[in-house]
Design a protein around this ligand. Structure first.
Ligand SMILES: C[S@@+](CC[C@H](N)C(=O)[O-])C[C@H]1O[C@@H](n2cnc3c(N)ncnc32)[C@H](O)[C@@H]1O
Length: 292
């Protein structure tokens, strides 16, 4: 099952106190939120945003079983965190002390979802976090012109972008499953351990429009936050870091960077998913903008 990354650090930085409220923008199975709820008794609430309806249902069931006393302090919202402004308004959840974004996908997506997130499995090439998203990974492969695919892979710093785009383009009618895609890339020497790793990651980001979600979600989170509120982001790939850097540059009057942390060797040993993780903690400043 999903083991949350950098949990102790998240709790130390958010420093939850009794009755404080927090937003978990990527609730998943609630690994971070449960630790926060332990510190915010008796009344502190979590606004739990999760885009994937299947994950949210499973998470609710799991929490009901393992931590029934916390259920009434969690407000579950099946939604894209890109809509955070609308969600906060709907729930009148304006009084919060921090937000956490634990980006990307959970171990459940790779191991159990059957949606083709893992290049090690034989599954349909779907990769959608939410069934309402129009195009699956397979649809994108079939409809994206070769040049656009190459451009996108270059953006991900794939050194064999041209070769990979050509291969995919010339066999696109035969690609239905993860294995079909892996097989056509098998002999390509890339800058990653497995030639399909970056292609799978890039397709997932494209299908779910992840970079735009992050840009908008973070910008709006800053707007919603009161001075002193903290925003924690856990990233798993370079482009997420680039988006965050861009927002920090644009909003430098409003943000202070509190900490940047990588998981310890011990954590990575216990939880290999932590290997590429980076945590960045921001604090909303008490600047001029807020005083007006
Ligand atoms: C790394 S997991 C979070 C794990 C969680 N912190 C835990 O401990 O269980 C990321 C989660 O964010 C969800 N997600 C991805 N994009 C999202 C978005 N735009 N809005 C809301 N949830 C999203 C995914 O479905 C996934 O469940």
């Amino acid at each position: 099952m999903h083991v949350p990354v950098l949990v102790k650090e998240v709790v130390r930085i958010l420093d939850p106190k009794p009755n404080q409220n927090f937003i978990d923008a990527t609730f998943g199975f609630g690994g971070h939120s449960i630790e926060i709820l332990k510190k915010t008794e008796p009344e502190g609430k979590i606004l739990a945003i999760e885009w994937d309806p299947e994950v949210l249902n499973l998470a609710k069931k799991q929490i009901m079983k393992k931590y029934p006393k916390y259920i009434k302090r969690i407000i579950f919202k099946q939604a894209n965190y890109r809509q955070i402004k609308k969600i906060v308004k709907e729930e009148k959840f304006f009084n919060f002390s921090g937000i956490i974004f634990d980006l990307g996908l959970s171990s459940w997506h790779l191991e159990k979802s059957k949606r083709g997130f893992s290049f090690l499995k034989e599954e349909p090439l779907d990769m959608r976090f939410n069934p309402k998203i129009k195009l699956t990974a397979k649809d994108i492969i079939k409809s994206l012109p070769k040049e656009k695919l190459e451009e996108f892979l270059e953006f991900f710093e794939e050194k064999e972008a041209k070769k990979i785009a050509e291969r995919i383009s010339s066999s696109k009618d035969k690609i239905e499953t993860t294995k079909d895609l892996v097989n056509i890339l098998r002999d390509i020497k890339t800058n990653k351990k497995h030639p399909a790793r970056l292609v799978f990651q890039a397709l997932r980001v494209l299908v779910n429009d992840e970079l735009v979600n992050l840009y908008k979600g973070l910008k709006d989170s800053l707007e919603l936050s009161s001075p002193g509120a903290r925003i924690i982001l856990i990233t798993y790939q370079g482009l997420e870091n680039k988006v965050i850097k861009k927002v920090i540059k644009e909003e430098k009057e409003k943000i202070e960077i509190i900490e940047k942390i990588r998981p310890t060797k011990e954590e990575i040993k216990k939880n290999p998913r932590a290997r590429s993780a980076q945590l960045i903690a921001l604090e909303k400043k008490n600047g001029k903008m807020e005083q007006n």
